[in-house]
Design a protein around this ligand. Structure first.
Ligand SMILES: *Cc1c(COP(=O)(O)O)cnc(C)c1O
Length: 388
C-alpha cells in the first residue's frame, strides 16, 4: 500500500518559480502590470495565436468569451455533458440556453454527429471541450461551425500543450485556426499554475479589444477609442464589464511555469503510456482511446470499470491511499440544470453510461516512477479482489 496519499493531480513549483514571484513582490506592481503583458505575449506565441488575454480564472475567461461572442437570451449554445460545470455555466451567465450534445464513447469528447442532431435555428455557438487533454475532432467541428455560421469557443482548460491534425497538418491547441476563441485555466491542477487564472486566445482583433475592455469594468483610456476626451484624467466606460483582472505576481508564476510546459507534457504523456501498457489488456478495465488526429496533453487519465462495481473500486483505491476522483458527473443531471432547463436522466445516454464507469487515477508531472508503479499495483490488486 502507498504509505502516503497520492492525489489525482498536483502542481509542480520549483525554486525558479518562487524566485519569479518574489521579484514581482519587490517591484512597484502587484495588480495588472508589465508581467501580465509579458505572459500574454509568451502564451500567444506558444499557442501560435495573435492575441492572448489573461484573466482571473478559467471561468472568467469562459464568461468573457461568451459575452464577446455575443450570445444573448434566446440563443442556444452547445457543449459537452462530460465537463466541468463552468463550460455550460458561461452560457447561462449571458442568459442563453446551454444545450448538450452526447459524447463519443471512444474518446470522451463531444461527438460531432450529436452536435448536428441538436442544431436548431436558435443555435449560435459551440463550446467543444478537449476532454482530459485530448482535442476533439476539430476538423469536423470547424466544418459544422462554418456551415451553420456558429461561433466556436474551445474549452481547452484540460488541453494546454496538446495538438491536433486537420488534413494531415498539425495545429497546436489555442492557435484558433479553426475556432474564434480558445479558453484555458491556470488552476494549479491544470498544466501550468498561477494560483487562480485563465487565458483566452484569439486571432480576431475585434474580439481581442472587447475581451480587454470587459476584463476591466468596460473602461478604456485609449484616446483613439473614446467618444470624447475631457483631459488626462478622462476614461470612458463603454460596456458593462467586470473586474476579472489577474495580478502581476500570478503572471510571473505562470510565465515561469510556461517555460517548463513542454517538459510537463512530455512527463504526463510518458506516465499515460505506462498506464496504457499496464491496463490495456485487462478485461476488467476500459481506457479512452487517443485518436490518431489528436495528441493529448493528458490533464487526466481515466480508467473505466467493466463488469466491476465502480463505487467499490473507487472505495478500495482510496483505502489504499490512491487519490482517485470522478470526472465528471454529467452536467445536465445537476439540480440547477434539471430545474432551470428541464434536463432529465436518459437525455444523454452515452455520457451517463461513461459516468457510471469512470475513475480518474493520479497523473501529474511530479509523480515519481515509484508513484506510478504504486498506482498500477493498487489498481491490479483492487480489480483482482473485486473480480474474484
Ligand atoms: C478547470 C476547468 C474550467 C474552469 O477553470 P477555473 O480556472 O477553475 O475557473 C473550465 N472548464 C473545464 C473543462 C475545466 O476543467
Amino acid at each position: 500500500m502507498s504509505s502516503r496519499f497520492i492525489p489525482y493531480g498536483h502542481h509542480s513549483l520549483g525554486a525558479d518559480d518562487i524566485q519569479a514571484v518574489l521579484e514581482v513582490l519587490k517591484s512597484d506592481w502587484l495588480t495588472q502590470g508589465p508581467m501580465v503583458q509579458k505572459f500574454e505575449e509568451a502564451f500567444a506565441a506558444y499557442c501560435g495565436a495573435r492575441y492572448a488575454v489573461a484573466v482571473s480564472s478559467g471561468t472568467a475567461a469562459l464568461h468573457l468569451a461568451a459575452l464577446a461572442a455575443g450570445f444573448t437570451p434566446g440563443d442556444e449554445v452547445i457543449t459537452s455533458p462530460i465537463t466541468f460545470v463552468a463550460s455550460a455555466n458561461c452560457v447561462a451567465y449571458v442568459g442563453a440556453r446551454p444545450v448538450f450534445a452526447d459524447i463519443d464513447s471512444q474518446t470522451g469528447c463531444i461527438d460531432v454527429r450529436e452536435i448536428s442532431r441538436r442544431l436548431t435555428p436558435a443555435t449560435k455557438g459551440i463550446i467543444p471541450v478537449h476532454f482530459a487533454g485530448q482535442p476533439c475532432a476539430m476538423g469536423a467541428v470547424a466544418v459544422l461551425a462554418r456551415e451553420h455560421g456558429l461561433t466556436m469557443i474551445e474549452d481547452a482548460a484540460h488541453a494546454l500543450g496538446s495538438s491536433y491534425l486537420v488534413d494531415g497538418e498539425e495545429f497546436r491547441t489555442g492557435c484558433c485556426a479553426h475556432s474564434d476563441m480558445t479558453v484555458f485555466s491556470l488552476h494549479p491542477v491544470k498544466h501550468i499554475a498561477a494560483g487562480e487564472g485563465g487565458v483566452i486566445t484569439t486571432n480576431d482583433e475585434n474580439l481581442y479589444q472587447q475581451l480587454c475592455l470587459l476584463r476591466s469594468h468596460g473602461i478604456t483610456r485609449d484616446v483613439g477609442r473614446m467618444e470624447a476626451n475631457d483631459g488626462p484624467w478622462y476614461y470612458e466606460m463603454q460596456a458593462l464589464g467586470f473586474n476579472y483582472r489577474i495580478t502581476d505576481f500570478q503572471c510571473a508564476l505562470a510565465l515561469s511555469q510556461l517555460k517548463k510546459l513542454d517538459a510537463f507534457v512530455a512527463r504526463r504523456r510518458a506516465i499515460a503510456t505506462k498506464y496504457r501498457q499496464a491496463f490495456e489488456s485487462n478485461p476488467s478495465l476500459g481506457l479512452l482511446a487517443e485518436h490518431p488526429d489528436a495528441r493529448s496533453s493528458y490533464h487526466l487519465f481515466v480508467i473505466l470499470s467493466l463488469g466491476l462495481d465502480r463505487s467499490g473500486l473507487f472505495r478500495d483505491l482510496r483505502e489504499r491511499n490512491i487519490g482517485v476522483n470522478v470526472h465528471y458527473i454529467p452536467v445536465h443531471l445537476q439540480p440547477f440544470y434539471r430545474e432551470n432547463y428541464g434536463y432529465r436522466a436518459g437525455d444523454y445516454p452515452l455520457a451517463e453510461e461513461y459516468y457510471r464507469h469512470a475513475i480518474t487515477i493520479p497523473l501529474y508531472p511530479a509523480m515519481s516512477d515509484n508513484d506510478v508503479d504504486l498506482v498500477i499495483e493498487a489498481v491490479y490488486r483492487c480489480v483482482k479482489a473485486l473480480s474474484s
